[in-house]
Design a protein around this ligand. Structure first.
Ligand code: DGJ
Length: 742
């Protein structure tokens, strides 16, 4: 199949894989027009009638004096500029010493390649030659002497287009990039669309938000130096009548972990301009002659199967074409993390006892969290001093890791590489390594300062420290934390003119360190973390296949957090742990079953002190651990379906179905008990095979896929005040997990 069809006469480019079509063309003035993005359509030699030409108004400015119909104010475009008749936000803004802004880009050529080109120094989806086809369109601005390359990739087996942009200075004078969006697309029918995004804060990340699109700008953004707890670099536009499982949805996700802007501008002619890229706030990149600047990429998904269809495409793409070997297929170990068990208060004996007790429960990996280094006994010191805290670990990490390994467990360690405490040896030695002007007021976050990762020597120093520890402790896992956002953004290593490059250079430094460590130690599993879920983005997922979803481990809060996160990210990338009751973030007590029933739908682990558990709970945990070991491949490889939303009701339900549809795991959760429930107690399932008969929970109960999907799975009997003899569940925070086998 030819995935990129070109009409040379009309200069139209049609990217299609039989499921989606993406069509754009060269406009009369040499810029690019957007013609179509949606369900696949048959190819033809001319699609120009898809462009709307009926609406220039008397007030519109027209590009050509003799053609009032050609107005950029109303033409749908692919990479718009300011100053030529379009008064909406532009995708690019340059500055030259002659005062030019880069609005003269015109089409020059195209080049097709099989597979997908790498983006140097940046995380990105990847593809072999038989998995994707790419086209790069080159536009030039002769006055600015710059070349703009827009690269599009269509994946053969996914309803996905990725886009990124590179700008090359083809002259000898510097060009200053003030804005260079990774993608921009003008979609029609804005009045029929709603915007979906994921918003929150610490401990309440990625809650699902929906808003109507009215004329004006709707945006999500971060200028925190991290993608943030507050807004995820994701936007979807959904038809007004689209649901979880039906009708059209367009999703946009930015493969980047720092300042971003995702924006939908609705104009007065029913067009929605969706733009995504590095946030232009304080951004200014100096491009010398012959230099290039490469933007990160945007992943664009089209779904005709509602929001869930979009999510499954993101999940499958990220599982297969973003997360790298060996972690695509390797089992993720069930871990126990000592953070909520001990906080900073531990010594070797305490840790080994916890690990021993956990190993008896079948847990596979022991993770030592914050507090093992320098003189760290609370959060006021020692970040940067990556050597053992001798008071707590007099025999060192090597001795501890050997003891853990002897228990048959793997050993994992927490780092916060990007940070330094003012009270640390590292700060004493290298006070100039911090971000911020040395003699001026500095703003604190959790008593710590941020290291300047835009500097090679800083990255190199951290690499040496971490690599040495990995080697000498036989480390299997690293939790890479980042507990504060960036303030006082100023690099002492950059000239004043180049400070606008700081934020991007910082994250490139973070990616460099990740790249060096993951290349040298591919079998070490990295879990990214930023005070919980403050950097849960596809950029991080490229290096670290799982992320600590939130510091909030409360099972009820997690329903919303995990449901929201699943809108974009595979559930197997979400670190989800069973913690103690009452919960440390909410003081709510839920049963050990409900805590696990929520955490199973993620990468599973524990965050509690097993020595403080009752025998009964220990026995329950042994069963839970075995259960997850049996089903973790299903959690990793299956298709995830959201069935009932915690944002809409008291009940939440979701399920995961194996690719061959012969197995499924269904989670059902009811937050508050209700008396004599009105609704018929069934759960309508999705994604099963109509003709397969499934047994439920290994019992004799058998149901066909069609009954389960069209009538529903009968839920166990709920206590209603009068049916005590045969009620099987009841009370607040109740939950059930069903295993279906065909
Ligand atoms: C924030 C993380 O999200 C927690 O899990 C824990 O690692 C603490 N930092 C340690 O300081």
């Amino acid at each position: 199949m030819n995935y990129i069809l070109i009409n040379e006469q009309t200069k139209e480019f049609h990217l299609t894989n039989g499921n989606i079509s993406y069509i754009f063309n060269v406009l009369k003035n040499g810029s690019l027009g957007q013609l179509y993005f949606g369900k696949a359509i048959k190819h033809r030699t001319d699609f120009s009638h898809f462009q709307r030409t009926d609406i220039p108004t008397a007030a519109s400015c027209h590009y050509f004096q003799d053609d009032p119909a050609f107005s950029l104010e109303t033409i749908r475009q692919e990479y718009p500029v300011y100053g030529k008749g379009d008064f909406r936000d532009a995708a690019i803004e340059l500055e030259t010493n002659e005062g030019r802004i880069g609005n003269g880009f015109i089409y020059k050529s195209y080049e097709i390649s099989q597979g997908k080109p790498n983006l140097k120094g940046l995380p990105a989806t990847y593809a072999k030659e038989n998995e994707a086809s790419s086209i790069t369109i080159t536009l030039i601005d002769e006055k600015v002497q710059a070349e703009l390359q827009l690269t599009y990739t269509i994946f053969h087996d996914f309803s996905v287009i990725t886009r990124s942009v590179a700008l090359r200075n083809s002259g000898s004078n510097p060009i200053y990039i003030k804005k260079l969006m990774s993608s921009s697309i003008d979609l029609p029918d804005a009045a029929d669309l709603r915007m979906i995004h994921l918003a929150g804060t610490w401990s309440r990340e990625r809650h699902l938000e929906k808003r109507d699109l009215v004329p004006g700008i709707h945006s999500v953004a971060s200028i925190r130096g991290a993608s943030s707890h507050h807004h995820n670099p994701f936007i979807a536009l959904m038809r007004k009548d689209a649901t979880e499982h039906d009708n059209e949805v367009y999703g946009f996700n930015f493969v980047y972990s720092s300042n971003f802007l995702g924006q939908v501008e609705v104009d007065h002619y029913d067009t929605a301009r969706v733009m995504m890229g590095i946030h232009p706030h304080q951004f200014k990149w100096q491009l010398e002659g012959e230099d290039s600047f490469q933007t990160p990429e945007v992943v664009m998904v089209y779904s005709e199967n509602g929001l869930n269809g979009m999510s499954q495409t993101f999940h499958n793409l990220y599982k297969n074409q973003l997360i790298r070997d060996p972690w695509k297929t390797e089992d993720r170990p069930i871990l126990i993390n000592n953070w909520e068990a001990t906080y900073f208060d531990f010594n070797e004996e305490k840790l080994v006892n916890i690990a021993k007790s956990a190993s008896e429960l079948g847990i596979e990996l022991f993770v030592l969290d914050d507090g093992w280094f320098g003189k760290r006994n609370d959060d006021t010191s020692s970040l940067g001093d990556w050597f053992e805290n001798e008071e707590k670990l007099p025999d060192g990490l090597t001795s501890l890791s050997e003891k853990i390994n002897k228990l048959g467990m793997e050993f994992g360690l927490w780092f916060e590489p990007e940070m330094v405490s003012p009270n640390s040896l590292l700060f004493e030695t290298h006070p100039d390594w911090i971000i911020g002007r040395p003699q001026e007021h500095l703003t604190f976050g959790r008593n710590q300062l941020v290291l300047d990762f835009s500097r090679e020597e800083v990255v190199e120093y951290l690499y040496e420290k971490m690599a040495t520890i990995i080697k000498r402790t036989n480390l299997s896992y690293i939790k890479w934390d980042m507990n504060r956002n960036i303030t006082d953004a100023f690099s002492n290593a950059l000239s004043y003119e180049k400070q606008g490059e700081f934020f991007h250079r910082y994250i490139l430094g973070v990616y460099t360190l990740y790249d060096k460590l993951t290349s040298e130690f591919p079998t070490v599993l990295f879990e990214s973390c930023a005070g919980g879920g403050g950097r849960f983005d596809p950029g991080m997922l490229y290096y670290a296949p799982q992320a600590w979803t939130s510091d909030d481990t409360d099972a009820v809060e997690r329903l919303k957090i995990q449901y929201g996160t699943s809108i974009v990210y595979p559930i197997y990338s979400m670190g989800s742990h069973v913690s103690a009751a009452p919960n440390h973030q909410t003081l709510r007590s839920t049963s050990i079953e409900t805590r696990a029933n929520t955490a199973y739908f993620g990468t599973f682990g524990y965050e509690l002190n097993p020595l403080e558990l009752s025998d009964e709970d220990r026995n329950v945990i042994k069963v839970q651990v075995e259960f997850y070991k049996t089903h973790r491949n299903l959690v990793r490889d299956g298709n995830f379906y959201r069935l009932q939303s915690p944002f809409e009701q008291n009940e939440t339900a979701w399920m995961i179905v194996s690719k061959d549809k012969k197995e499924a795991l269904v989670g059902y959760y009811k937050v508050l008990a209700t008396p004599t429930t009105k609704k018929h107690q069934v759960l309508t399932l999705k994604g099963l095979d109509e003709s397969i008969s499934y047994t439920i929970n290994g019992t004799e109960d058998i149901y066909y896929g069609d009954e389960l999907m069209y009538r529903g799975l009968p839920l166990s009997v709920e206590f209603n005040g009068a049916n005590g003899q045969h009620a099987e569940r009841g009370g607040d925070y109740q939950s059930i997990v069903y295993y279906l086998k065909g």
